[in-house]
Design a protein around this ligand. Structure first.
Ligand code: ZN
Length: 458
């Protein structure tokens, strides 16, 4: 069935390659079951219909709502049917574990993502990664295939941070980057009486195990593989099927305050002005030029003027944000330095000049995923779609894998999504791409399982 789906949409060469995956694990995921299961689970939280087809709705399955609890209970039942042991930690993260043939006590190789969505989300962001992991476990089970080391699935709680405003929340707690008390105390954005912890308890998802990577108290992982839609247009535009995600971009968020002097627009000559809005505008344009020069991203999402601003008065001061991103920290830093230097020049340019000040609000270092995990993915994808259909990419968005990578070998697989649209009801990943991604995930974890034994990656 996997082959049939592919045959409709892939070239003959790609088809031959995809079918020859049996030279890898010898297993083939069931493409129809994968898609049926994915859409089956979208009954819980389906919203924002945009077409007549049964699957033409988006999703509104916010973290720990009744719908989220339903899909979580369904997931627990499904993995238990496969003989997995389910552990739930104190952030409600769900770990399903299938024992390996060696009976090794080493931590499991995990396939993880999230089942919660944005309020106007789609059917693939996060959901694909978890359902793909389930399909991999089902395929292994029905073929009597055992990995050497334990393997399993993770559903991370509150990845989206939409209802309880902290994204990648529970992988962050697991990694020790977010204090568990602050995560428990997050309140529902519409109902301050409800906390993340009270919802965990209400639904019976406040587990026994500490939410931690620490083997002494928590649930350590041997590795983490995450299949996710790209959420951007790069793969689709390049005509690629699989993205091997090398890491996540570094980013810095700055707030820049430009101070001038309010003045009458009719009576103050240009040369006599201190105009902060004119200067800020030029600074924003300049940041774009600097970013282009370095192949980086620079964006202004917030621009604030005083409440007292009016049409016939030059503003007194302006505040704007600057978000700089690049896969390499040194480039992020270079863009910041050059922007600030240019801003200083601009501040002197017009009239009597302005002054400016800046603060660094967030400094998030670039993440580089694990070389062995990357090789496992690269080999899997090369085998499956051929070198010309895969592409190395860097994630522009945050994912649970960014946090897991701090404490276990991690890699991600991206598949294209239509026009790069995500966090939108019409988010779409074709059945072929969902299937290719899932088969890549399967082959990658099998490759890694083999490497664990050969290289002692425990
Ligand atoms: Zn996601």
């Amino acid at each position: 069935m996997f082959g049939r789906t592919i045959a409709r949409q892939l070239s003959p060469t790609a088809l031959r390659r995809s079918l020859s995956t049996s030279a890898g694990s010898g297993l083939q995921i069931n493409s129809d079951r994968l898609l049926e299961t994915l859409h089956h689970t979208c009954q819980w939280g389906a919203a924002h219909r945009y077409g007549d087809g049964p699957t033409e709705t988006g999703m509104a399955r916010l973290c720990l709502t009744d719908d989220d609890a339903k899909v979580r209970r369904w997931l627990r039942d499904e993995v238990e049917k496969l003989g997995c042991t389910v552990t739930i930690d104190q952030m409600g993260n769900m770990f399903a574990r299938q024992q390996g043939s060696l009976g090794s006590p080493a931590s499991m190789t995990a396939m993880g993502s999230h089942l919660d969505t944005q309020p106007r989300g789609g059917r693939y962001d996060g959901i694909l990664g978890v359902i793909a992991a389930l399909e991999v476990l089902r395929t292994m089970q029905e073929n009597g295939f055992r990995t050497n080391y334990d393997i399993g699935l993770v559903n991370w709680t509150n990845e989206e941070g939409a209802r309880f405003p902290k994204s990648m929340c529970s992988s962050g707690v697991w990694a020790g980057a977010i204090p568990v008390e602050s995560a428990w105390g997050l309140t529902d954005i519409f109902n301050p009486a409800v906390t993340l912890r009270s919802e965990l308890e209400r639904h019976g998802f406040f587990g026994q195990v500490a939410c931690s990577h620490d083997p002494a108290t928590g649930y350590p992982l041997g590795a983490h593989f995450e299949l996710h839609i790209e959420q951007g247009p790069i793969l689709e535009e390049a005509g690629k099927s699989v993205g091997v995600v090398r890491g996540a971009q570094g980013y810095r968020w700055l707030t820049i305050t430009v101070a001038g002097r309010d003045a009458h627009t009719g009576t103050t000559p240009l040369a006599a002005r201190r105009d902060p809005l004119l200067a800020a505008s030029k600074m924003i344009v300049a940041s774009n030029t600097v970013a282009k020069k370095y192949g980086a991203l620079a964006s202004t999402g917030v621009l604030k003027l005083p409440r007292s601003s009016s049409t016939n008065t030059v503003a007194s001061d302006v505040t704007f944000t600057l978000d700089i991103r690049h896969p390499q920290d040194r480039i992020v830093r270079a863009v910041q330095d050059e922007c600030l230097q240019t801003f200083a020049d601009i501040a002197r340019e017009d009239g009597k000049g302005v002054s400016f000040d800046w603060t660094l609000d967030t400094d998030s270092a670039a993440v580089e995923f694990d070389e062995n995990c990357l090789r496992a993915v690269q080999d899997a994808a090369t085998h499956l779609v051929g070198a010309d259909k895969l592409m190395e990419v860097t994630s522009g968005a945050g994912h649970d894998s960014v946090y897991t990578s701090r404490h276990c070998p991690t890699a991600m697989i991206f598949v294209p999504c239509k026009e790069g649209v995500s966090h939108h009801p019409e988010e779409y990943c074709s059945p072929t791409d969902c299937s290719l991604g899932t088969q890549t995930l399967l082959e990658a974890v099998v490759n890694y399982d083999r490497m664990r034994g050969e290289q002692g990656l425990l």
